[in-house]
Design a protein around this ligand. Structure first.
Ligand code: FAD
Length: 497
């Protein structure tokens, strides 16, 4: 164990962690970022940093010996396969009633996500973050987040003609024929790069199906945005393959942070102890909630309040596929980057994305990820006997999400004379209702913390990430997580340093 003192320690290197570290460093504070995943800066044996979606290998999953693909079946056949246990990029973390997918590595969820960068419609913001002033978010912090993340919209003329968005045009046609509002979904992917992919002049990424296990080109993950600026400050140290296991008040002030260094099989190779004046929890909704629940329950941080672990939601995620007629092919070439959406939030509580199914063959399938309004909220709790944190999510709670999604797809199926696919999530199973990509909550803003993320009970401890958001963002969450972190760190720097 080595001793060191740092002014600011940030747990996690996803959106919230990167915003926090960059703004602190720009304010002249030295920062230490701790990340349990890999750095993702070194090519593997195939010369590529990231594995392809259709050929998962050890890089693809976080400490699993078998893949757990979100779409588990094709034509009813299971498609999962054995892989060596390794600190790979995608964590399919299993709780009682739900599998929570998360990114692991320097860049967090930005390494694995679809890049869909959506600002909630202002009229719905009150149901996203009820205690935050919308004026400051929509005038300052959403624009700041969108600019830093490099969010742009597809060129509609190219959308209308390129083969790789045939599937999305079919999605648009079916939505509009049933009277649903169609929207383009902004993204952080470099659209000019994708055009060059289509022209065959650059190595393919989106057009090679890359997404879930990382994009080797084209996507502006945090590695290309915030992390580049973070490195340029010269004030931030990043420690990959280091996992925070404890935070407790230090006798001389500040906090003692216990950190386990792990190897690529997940085994602990060293335990370190760092004293930090301020600690920023940015380990993601699940990571931060698990840490805080454990620390409160085991006596390391007993003064955390009773809101710790509460208010967790799945952003109402539910997936489904539809089987189209032969005259509606969705294309054998599909860009893995979604850019088409159906906004039925006002009428049906559903924002559905037209998602790719990049199999390389014509499937006549339309595939959708719906974000829905759901009242269900779960709670994390400490399971002392097992020495782990549990989540009391119930699979049956997805029924409200299924019902909400059906307000769109039952109508489209009736109009088009089509049916749901039953072969993507098992045998005769229509709904992908066992998972979420969008964990939110567990240390809710203005409940577990004050209205700027300061944890109640301890000065100098902050929650910065998706754990602050009470379960639903009406759209994909990372722009809101980034904007909220920008808002909170600005206040913290102005008043707490
Ligand atoms: P994260 O980005 O999850 O970062 C947390 C980091 O902390 C991780 O790197 C983790 O390894 C690390 N960590 C956790 N615990 C510890 C610990 N104890 N010690 C050290 N490090 C730790 N959102 C969108 O808006 N648009 C999309 O298109 C989209 N698509 C998605 C697709 C997939 C497959 C997935 C999994 C997610 C997707 N999301 C999408 C969700 C989005 O990625 C997350 O909402 C976002 O990354 C959360 O940001 P965060 O800062 O809260 O935490």
């Amino acid at each position: 164990s080595d001793a060191a003192v740092v002014p600011a320690l940030v747990i996690g290197t996803g959106y919230a962690g990167c915003v926090t570290a960059l703004r602190l460093a720009q304010a002249g504070v030295d920062v230490h970022m701790i990340e349990m995943g890999l750095a993702w800066d070194t090519p593997g044996a195939d010369g590529k940093i990231f594995a392809n979606t259709t050929t998962p290998d050890q890089r693809s999953y976080w400490l699993r010996t078998r893949t757990k693909q979100p779409i588990s079946n094709f034509l009813g056949f299971p498609i999962d396969k054995d892989v060596p246990r390794y600190t790979g990029i995608l964590d399919a973390e299993e709780f009682g009633g739900i599998t929570v997918y998360q990114g692991r590595g320097v860049g967090g969820g930005s390494l694995v996500n679809g890049g869909m960068a959506v600002t909630p419609r202002r009229e719905y913001f009150g149901e996203v973050l009820p205690t935050v002033n919308p004026d400051e978010m929509y005038n300052v912090y959403y624009p700041r987040a969108n600019a830093e993340l490099g969010v742009t919209m597809i060129d509609p003329a190219w959308f209308d003609t390129t083969a790789c968005y045939q599937y999305a045009r079919v999605g648009r046609k079916h939505a509009q024929r049933s009277g649903f509002p169609f929207v383009y979904v902004p993204n952080v992917y470099d659209w000019n790069y994708m055009k060059q992919e289509a022209a065959g002049t650059v190595p393919k990424s989106a057009l090679a199906g890359e997404i879930l296990y990382g994009n080797n080109h084209g996507k502006k993950s945090l590695q290309q945005t915030y992390l580049r600026k973070i490195r340029a400050t010269g004030r931030v140290t990043i420690s990959p393959l280091h996992k925070v296991t404890s935070v407790a008040p230090a006798s001389g002030g500040g906090y003692t942070v216990t950190i386990e260094q792990i190897n690529t099989t997940g085994a602990t190779v060293a335990t370190k102890s760092v004293t930090a004046a301020k600690v920023f929890f940015a380990a993601g909704s699940v990571g931060t909630s698990k840490l805080l629940v454990k620390l409160k329950s085991t006596g390391a941080l007993p003064n955390l309040n009773g809101e710790i672990g509460k208010g967790w939601g799945d952003n109402g995620n539910v997936m489904c596929g539809r089987a189209n007629h032969m005259w509606d092919p969705t294309g054998s070439l599909q860009s893995s980057i979604p850019t088409a959406g159906i906004d039925n939030w006002a009428a049906g509580g559903t924002f559905a994305e037209v998602a790719p199914l990049p199999t390389g063959i014509e499937t006549y399938a339309s595939f959708y990820l719906s974000i829905t309004r759901t009242p269900s909220r779960a709670e994390f709790s400490w399971n002392a006997a097992a020495g782990r944190v549990d989540l009391n999510w119930q699979t049956a709670w997805k029924q409200t999400s299924i019902n909400a999604a059906k307000t769109i797809f039952d109508k489209i199926n009736a109009k088009e004379g089509t049916i749901y696919r039953t072969d993507l999530f098992g045998v005769y199973k229509v709904w992908g209702d066992h998972l979420t990509y969008h964990p939110l909550g567990g240390a809710v803003l203005n409940k577990a913390t004050d209205n700027h993320g300061r944890l109640h009970g301890y000065s100098g401890l902050y929650v910065m990430d998706g754990a602050l958001i009470p379960g639903n963002t009406t759209v994909n969450p990372f722009v809101t997580i980034t904007a909220l972190a920008e808002r909170n760190i600005e206040k913290i720097i102005a008043t707490d340093l």
